[in-house]
Design a protein around this ligand. Structure first.
Ligand code: A3P
Length: 300
């Protein structure tokens, strides 16, 4: 499977557009295959890491894998993140494999990833009562991270101002941040959803790792927890080729200017938002987030 990513043509991402599926812009290849994704068969022992893009997916994936492997670093270095966690909605042009095929070929218990908003999630996850770990990140840092990520792809270049406007309109891959974080928040008590925040993981990794352990029904000794904290720290993951996406071909993810493991901070938005952008953003945020009990920290 590792070879699949390696054999992608360099031009793979060129000209990839977005197409709406039930009002959510998705990459063409994903949108065209959405019916297959909607019918994906989850299993009761699946663990799914669900996020809006750039909210800390890879970090949570490493934490889940370390807990599952009881702190065995070598086992967690068996393959890059995208192989260890099939990305269920991701479709590659034939004859390459899709996320669904990767998931179907994986022995249980499976660890999976998605960025789908709640209303596009395959229903089988709820029918099977699979465990879902959702990570949310404050909108401003999430937007900045997404902007730099876009620069690593072959998407046409655009300014921060342009990106921010599009982000606020929800016209980026996987749609509106606002709808995404609210969608899972509103449903979290009806399903097996553990809803966590990037900012809490940053502030108190041990506390959040313990929440994940409890959710996964794992009881690990303190020295293993210390090892998990260390292995999943930003500095360790930045150096770890199995967690930093350096195995991805540059045609898919070009890290020559910006790294996937870029800053890993809370509050980096302050280095990018102008005062005027912040005012407009705040005003719009209040409207879009009115009526929800969901609260974020934009600094710690
Ligand atoms: P930045 O671009 O702000 O640095 P995702 O995995 O959802 O694509 O999210 C990527 C973001 O999470 C990037 O944010 C990346 O640096 C950050 N990240 C990844 N691992 C991290 C870790 N161990 N600690 C803190 N942030 C991490």
């Amino acid at each position: 499977m590792h070879e699949v990513a390696q054999s992608l043509p360099d031009t793979f991402c060129e000209g990839l557009g977005l197409k709406p599926v039930q009002g959510v812009p998705l990459m063409d290849l994903i949108a065209d295959s959405y019916e297959l994704v909607a019918n994906f068969q989850a299993k009761p022992d699946d663990v799914l890491v669900a996020t809006y893009p750039k909210a800390g997916t890879t970090w949570m994936q490493e934490i889940v894998d370390m807990i599952d492997n009881e702190g065995d670093v070598e086992k967690c270095k068996r393959a890059p993140t995208h192989i260890r966690f099939p990305f269920i909605e991701f479709f590659l042009p034939p004859p390459l494999k899709s996320g669904i095929e990767d998931a179907e070929n994986m022995p249980s218990p499976r660890k999976l990833k998605t960025h789908l908003p709640f209303h596009l999630m395959p229903k089988s996850f709820w029918e099977q009562r699979s465990k879902v770990i959702y990570v949310a990140r404050n909108a401003k840092d999430n937007a900045v991270s997404y902007y730099f990520f876009e620069k690593m792809t072959k998407a046409p270049p655009r300014s921060w101002e342009e990106f921010l406007t599009t982000f606020m309109q929800g016209n980026v891959g996987w749609g509106s941040w606002y709808d995404h974080v609210k969608g899972f928040w509103e449903k979290k008590d009806q399903h097996q959803i553990l809803y966590l925040f990037y900012e809490d993981m940053k502030k108190n990794p041990e506390q959040e790792i313990r929440k994940v352990m409890k959710f996964l029904e794992k009881d690990l000794p303190d020295h293993v927890i210390s090892k998990i904290i260390e292995h999943t720290s930003f500095s360790s993951m930045k150096k770890n080729p199995m967690a930093n996406y350096s195995t991805m071909p540059s045609g898919l993810l070009d890290q020559s200017f910006h790294k996937f493991m870029r800053k890993g901070d809370v509050g980096d938005w302050k280095n990018h938002f102008t005062v005027a952008q912040n005012e407009v953003f705040e005003e719009d945020y209040k409207k879009k987030m009115a009526g929800t009990s969901l609260r974020f920290h934009t600094e710690i």
